[in-house]
Write a protein that binds this ligand. Structure first.
Ligand SMILES: C[S@@+](CC[C@H](N)C(=O)[O-])C[C@H]1O[C@@H](n2cnc3c(N)ncnc32)[C@H](O)[C@@H]1O
Length: 308
């Protein structure tokens, strides 16, 4: 597991396939991602308009790496939506077929209901069965497991509450789309990632997003006491992710600590003088004293499967 140290809790700017190939086998507990949907979206430096067959072949290469690096019982939560109304492509079916073909177990699918109907303009044939449109007001999170339904872990590191467990185990998740775009065309909401991380991992587990964008997965992993690996090909988005992590690092304990001790603290008292002027990695390297965590983050212990 030592070889993984260079990857964890880092924002890695690079091509996902290249970086993933350097990650050791059986080392990641959860992959959460939302890949480019190949809808012609204007990302900083990715062509989101590939020939569909080439797009699927590229994705399949990525899935093979996902399977290799997951631990036994490790999970892959893939956020994807059927594409446009006029040129409907069941991309989610194509992906689930690919992922089952390479031997991942399809465990479930979650409906992320976004309720975006108010913004609706395309009705097809209005008030007529001639050719009406269905507008996708939802996305999927397809969930796959590697080799086993069970993920080993210390029960004391299971930190989901009973209320969360009951709510999240109902697979219809109403979560509004992300309103803060963080300079990115398609970030997903922290709430979606929070639910996946709390439901599918133990504290101290390692969570990867190889299409990490502005660092939603990294930020939520850090806030919930998990380790993260963030990969994105865009230096611009990686920079935003670093800044976002730094801010989260400073803010995350604020409501927790004040809540627990019942004491009101001014934000200015909590932050070191250089807060906001260093990038996340600079701050980390400098070991700038941050707000005290009441619950100390435990060191990561290897949960590597012996027979995977
Ligand atoms: C749908 S967005 C992900 C957004 C992310 N979930 C967030 O909350 O910000 C897809 C991301 O994939 C990145 N990307 C595209 N091609 C890539 C590649 N070959 N390797 C790594 N990242 C890539 C894009 O830069 C883009 O940020």
């Amino acid at each position: 597991m030592q070889e993984l140290e260079g990857f964890t809790d880092r924002i890695i700017c690079g091509d996902c396939l290249e970086v993933m190939k350097a990650i050791p086998d059986n080392s990641i507990h959860l992959v959460v991602t939302s890949p480019p949907y190949n809808l012609g979206i204007s990302y900083e430096n990715h062509n989101d308009n590939l020939v569909y067959g080439d797009y699927l072949s590229w994705m399949k290469e990525v899935w093979v790496e996902v399977k290799r690096i997951l631990v036994k019982g490790g999970r892959f939560a893939l956020n994807i939506a059927p594409t446009s109304i006029k040129d409907f492509r069941p991309i989610h079916h194509d992906f689930s077929n690919q992922l089952r073909d390479i031997g991942l177990i399809m465990r479930t699918e979650i409906i992320w209901y976004k309720q975006t109907m108010r913004r609706r303009t395309a009705w097809g044939s209005w008030k007529s069965p001639a050719n009406p449109h269905i507008v996708p007001s939802w996305e999927y999170v397809l969930v796959f497991f590697k080799d086993s339904w069970a993920l080993d872990g210390d029960p004391k590191d299971a930190d989901i509450t009973a209320d969360e467990f009951m709510r999240f185990s109902d697979g219809f998740w109403y979560i509004p789309p992300e309103s803060q775009r963080h300079g990115h065309p398609t970030p997903f909401p922290e709430e979606l990632v929070y639910r996946l991380i709390k439901f599918y991992t133990y504290k101290g587990n390692i969570v990867l997003d190889m299409f990490g964008g502005t660092g939603t997965v990294a930020t939520v992993a850090q806030k919930t006491g998990r380790h993260f690996i963030h990969i994105d090909i865009s230096p611009k988005y990686c920079k935003i992710a670093e800044q976002r992590l730094q801010i989260a690092h400073m803010l995350q304990e604020f409501p927790l600590s004040t809540g627990k001790v019942g004491k009101k603290v001014k934000v200015s008292e909590l932050f070191p003088a250089e807060a906001g002027r260093l990038t996340y990695s600079q701050a980390k390297a400098k070991k700038t004293p941050q707000v005290q965590l009441l619950e100390s983050k435990e060191d990561y212990k290897s949960l590597e499967a012996t027979d995977a």
